[in-house]
Design a protein around this ligand. Sequence first.
Ligand code: EPZ
Length: 417
Amino acid sequence: MDKMLVTGGLSLRGTVQTSGAKNAALPILFSTLLADGEHVFRNVPDLKDIESTAKLLESLGCETRREGDVFRVKVNKLKSIEAHYDLVRKMRASILCLGPILSKYGEAVVSMPGGCAIGTRPIDLHLEGMKALGAEITLKEGYVHAAAKRLVGGTILFETCTVGGTENVMMAATLASGKTILENAAKEPEIVDLAEYLIKMGAKISGHGTSIITIEGVDQLRPSEHTIMADRIEAGTLLIAGAITKGEVTVEKCRPQHLEALILKMREAGFKIETEKTAMTVFKASAWDAVDITTAPHPLFPTDLQAQFMALMSVANGTSVISETIFENRFMHVNELIRLGADITPKTRVAVVRGKPDGLTAAPVMATDLRASASLVLAGLVAKGETMVNRIYHLDRGYENLEAKLSSLGAKIRRSE
Ligand code: EPZ
């Protein structure tokens, strides 16, 4: 089923629950490589990227099992320390197995992940971090070969704020000897969730969630259990779905405090949004104003919600300037939104969106990456007629049953061949 058919013009109403966070589950699943035994997780979302991660862990000698809401990872002594290209190329985040394997086994061979639709996605900062902990790094035939008798703590200053780099080096540092200080560390909530699990395994970490993270190395970690945090990007996407359809939607099982930048911008656009500790509601607005956004590291506006917010701005009153500062090619959804009638002028890292309330009309469009596909579904919810979103498999990487969730709110949306 490669297409999604979305009928525009229906206002969404009701309550919907967020699933577990893909971008917390991925590093946490890779962190299990740091400790032999059985790790037990809850709220692991059922996504293609989780399947890819499970396959990679199994290729290393681990066992994974999903039983209802419980996801178990049994880590035995690895049968391999090599993460193969055919698995890594399917999911770039596989590079997050480098730190754990290197730190636990003293050697790791991991395929370079390569780029993706939204950018070249380099890993130089990951490798600089491993070198700063004493690792020998060589690149051979598309693979990273990393070796270190035992990693030694050190101070690492990330020249760019990197979520994956912070996660990879933080995991590696847990079993290094001595203290590691990460400066200019990323502050995303997913990093805090990972650190919380590492601490449950016996790691000594402080400062997670701030730009300076300190890790005191220990000799051994042990498996534990954890409930994955709610997916803030899915929660934001569902909130925008309620807003863009002039509906009233409550998103539960989420943490509004993780979405302050989005909520601030939606309120600035004129939406009434009420928040509680684990839920948020957007109320019906018959019209809203265009506002400017600039994506940046947490707690500023998340790049993973830029495409979805652009769909909302394409039917706003006025002109919105959207600046994408994180990835060099994250406007792949622009041409597809234009096919639906949006008036957008894309420049290098800035897109000027001239809002056209009720200005979108259904057309066949093509999903190019995970968040672009969400943006096109959102636009389809308001475009007159039935929008066909092709290559919808991109959506399945990061959204669990999105069409079921939107249908439960009154959307007319279904998959087709
Ligand atoms: C994580 O990717 C997320 N993925 C991305 O979500 C998210 O968009 C991104 O963080 C930014 O928030 C996961 O967590 C699995 P970065 P990551 O390292 O870690 C540059 C989604 O849609 N950089 O923070 O790969 C890089 O090119 C995905 O769920 C280097 O230059 O992102 C980018 O410009 C998409 N060298 C910037 O840093 C490096 O070694 C931020 O990238 C690493 C990164």
